[in-house]
Design a binder for this molecule. Structure first.
Ligand code: AMP
Length: 286
């Protein structure tokens, strides 16, 4: 089924990234159907085969050339020490990897963990970080449930991913020191193959990611206020300004980060804008 003329894209077969990767690819216009939880799915009309893999195997399999590209977490790329290129950040799955200790622990820095026991799913990243602090620890390497290990008496501290911090709070733990920030990424083998297909895939995914991040805002504004309005909504490149029948007014179309839209609308209204609309973008090519 697998073909050398098809780009192989590894995507998570289960877990928190699986649905996210499937949604991104579908929104980017890729048509595919995974049958009976199989390993492969062919994308119709594009020379791409999807390969369903464990999220944590994707960095190594991409470095080894078993897949050309993959969707995974940048934390897993770092832990695997995989020699791959980062092609895209998706702006989702954001988390921090951190040393965590009991709320009431007197420890004040990672360097003080020298000689202690640390439970983690990230032994390589942890070891390297501790080495930079001049410390060595006994690492208890686990696949999951790391947050329970202090209570179980296996570890004095843990190194785990933190997103909202609610898992830490539930286990009466606090962050001692952050190792790094990570998110969901698209990676590529360091000796890329089938560049044209890879670039087309990246362009399609970028269209979706930008559209998820931005809205299109349209408003009418007196010409005399354009420079003030541009300060509020500078746009991705620059705003589109069209004339209106009333020569003293114009209409502006501009991309605004979704998180900033409501604030921008208030500010536009305050300087005299009217008919201010937010429109959802589904996809784009800039
Ligand atoms: P939270 O309670 O939101 O801080 O989430 C922490 C739990 O979710 C930990 O057990 C982490 O292992 C896991 N987690 C958080 N963010 C991610 C991520 N981006 N990728 C994988 N696991 C994560």
């Amino acid at each position: 089924m697998i073909s050398d003329s098809h780009l192989r894209l590894g995507i998570p077969s289960k877990g928190r990234l699986s649905d996210l990767a499937t949604d991104l690819l579908t929104q980017a216009g890729l048509k595919f159907r995974r049958q009976n939880r199989g390993l492969f799915a062919r994308v119709s009309g594009m020379n791409i085969d999807l390969v369903y893999l464990r999220t944590d195997d994707i960095p190594t399999l991409c470095a080894e050339g078993a897949i050309d590209m993959g969707i995974t977490g940048s934390d897993l790329v770092e832990e695997a020490g995989a020699d791959v290129q980062g092609r895209m950040k998706f702006g989702v799955g954001r988390c921090r990897l951190a040393f965590c200790i009991p709320d009431d622990s007197p420890i004040t820095s990672a360097a003080e963990l020298d000689g202690k026991r640390i439970a983690t799913s990230f032994p390589n990243v942890t070891r390297e970080y501790l080495a930079k602090c001049g410390a060595t620890a006994h690492l208890v390497s686990l696949a999951g449930s790391v947050e329970a290990m202090i209570q179980l008496g296996v570890a004095d501290a843990i190194v785990d991913l933190v997103e909202t911090g609610s898992t830490l709070a539930a286990n009466r733990l606090r962050i001692l020191e952050e190792i790094g920030h990570y998110e969901t990424v698209l990676i590529q083998n360091s000796k890329p193959r089938l560049n044209e297909i890879a670039d087309r895939l990246v362009q399609r995914l970028e269209g979706v990611v930008i559209a998820r991040d931005y809205s299109l805002v349209e408003y009418n504004i007196p010409r005399s206020k354009i420079s003030e309005a541009e300060k509020i909504t500078p746009g991705f490149n620059s705003p589109t300004i069209n004339s209106l029948e009333d020569a003293d007014w114009c209409s502006v179309q501009v991309m605004v980060r979704r998180a900033d839209v409501v604030d921008a609308m208030d500010q536009l209204k305050a300087i005299g804008a009217s008919a201010v609309f937010e429109m959802t973008l589904n996809n784009c090519r800039l």
